[in-house]
Design a protein around this ligand. Structure first.
Ligand SMILES: *Cc1c(COP(=O)(O)O)cnc(C)c1O
Length: 370
């Protein structure tokens, strides 16, 4: 069997930065509770993306949950959530006993359609307590009209930038436009801590509050006293060391991801019925995963099966939330764009450890189908 090629797998620095910070945590016995690595990782990430404050948490999902809580979403509130995404975006709405309404994508961005968002605002008016936009696969959503609608209806925007760390929209990093933004350091993301997440905001007080909720909401008292519901959501100081090291190679990873995208575009972009994911001129994408859609004889499953046979991993586009059995009962505003992207799309192997020989192998297999 040929050596396995992954869709996207952890890629530690050649310099061993991650091990250096982890060793430091061991040497100082800052294994727990919090410590220098957590504090510095928060500061370094906030500086990198150009935002005031950050809270390091156990997962991107935890960060989304805390964002909803921070904007005050509670029982019975409506949250307008991008339909085409990973379920981790939508699940925390249910944790807060709120009601998701799923918003379709547009073909121009693959992310939230401003037109569908406007329809949803017209339908639900002042019941809406938050909007959750996603920057899928590292592609920036069309933020200007989305922000304009949020301002018009005076509703806070939460950006799920789990997949778009390093992507800019009109020169500013995604994740820093909304009231809150979140990043994920799950194993397959552009940088990883094996698992972890970050909540970012310019609201210092609310970020401090999130740190409080995330460490069991322990009041400032000698005994264990709790005036609010707590969560155990903080990132460990060991893991934060991995994050600090990974942050040093983020730009290097982005450069390789872009190289991979350009390689596929050059080799596959001209094939009958192959369409590259949209690269709007107002964004600079981190190209986390290179995705294509197909409109000809060759179907996504043909590509996935042919690659699988050669021990190469690929994946369908996210299955929309309104098509998920768990979320079926909730409202969906749109025209079937997310479903069409799901049915016709495929994520190509985008592992930054791939060599040109690996890429040649992959495009060779795909071209063989045409
Ligand atoms: C990975 C991901 C998340 C969840 O992040 P975790 O760190 O795995 O909890 C949320 N939203 C999107 C779009 C993701 O891809």
């Amino acid at each position: 069997m040929a050596e396995k090629i992954f869709l996207a797998s952890p890629h530690m620095s050649d310099e061993g930065y991650e091990q250096h910070y982890v060793k430091e945590a061991f040497d100082t016995n800052w294994i727990a509770p919090l410590g220098t690595n957590v504090n510095e990782f928060e500061k370094e990430l906030a500086t990198k993306v150009g935002i005031g404050h950050a809270a390091a948490l156990s997962a991107g999902t935890a960060a989304l949950h805390m964002a909803l809580k921070a904007v005050g979403v509670g029982e019975g509130d409506i949250v307008l959530c991008q339909d085409l995404t990973f379920s981790a975006t939508a699940n925390p709405i249910i944790y807060q006993k709120a009601i998701p309404v799923f918003i379709d994508s547009d073909f121009e961005t693959w992310n939230m359609s401003p037109a569908a968002l406007e329809q949803a605002f017209e339908k639900y008016g002042n019941q809406v307590k938050a909007v959750m936009v996603v920057h899928l696969y590292g592609l920036a959503a069309n933020l200007d009209p989305i922000i304009a609608l949020c301002e018009k209806y005076n509703v806070p925007l939460i950006e799920d930038a789990a997949e778009s760390l390093g992507t800019t929209y009109k020169g500013q990093y995604t994740g820093t436009f909304g009231a809150y933004g979140i990043f994920s350091f799950n194993g397959n993301k552009i940088i990883t801590t094996s698992g972890g997440g970050m909540l970012v905001s310019n609201d210092e007080e609310r970020i401090a509050k999130v740190r409080f909720w995330s460490t069991q909401a322990r009041d400032n008292a000698r005994h264990y006293q709790h005036s609010e519901l707590g969560f155990n959501y903080r990132m460990s100081n060991v893991i934060a060391g991995v994050g600090r090291g990974q942050l040093k190679v983020l730009d290097e990873r982005i450069a390789k991801k872009k190289y991979i995208y350009e390689y596929y575009k050059r080799e596959l972009g001209g094939l009958e019925g192959v369409h590259m994911m949209p690269m709007n001129e107002w964004q600079d994408s981190n190209c986390w995963l290179t995705c294509i859609t197909l409109s000809g004889q060759v179907k996504p499953l043909d590509i996935m099966l042919a690659l699988e046979e050669e021990n190469i991993e690929s994946r369908p586009i996210w299955k929309p939330m309104h098509m998920q059995p768990f979320f079926e009962a909730y409202d969906f505003i749109g025209e079937g764009v997310s479903q069409e992207l799901f049915e016709n799309g495929v994520c190509l192997p985008s592992d930054t450890k791939m060599s040109d020989v690996d890429l040649e192998r992959i495009v060779g297999i795909i071209k063989g189908l045409f």
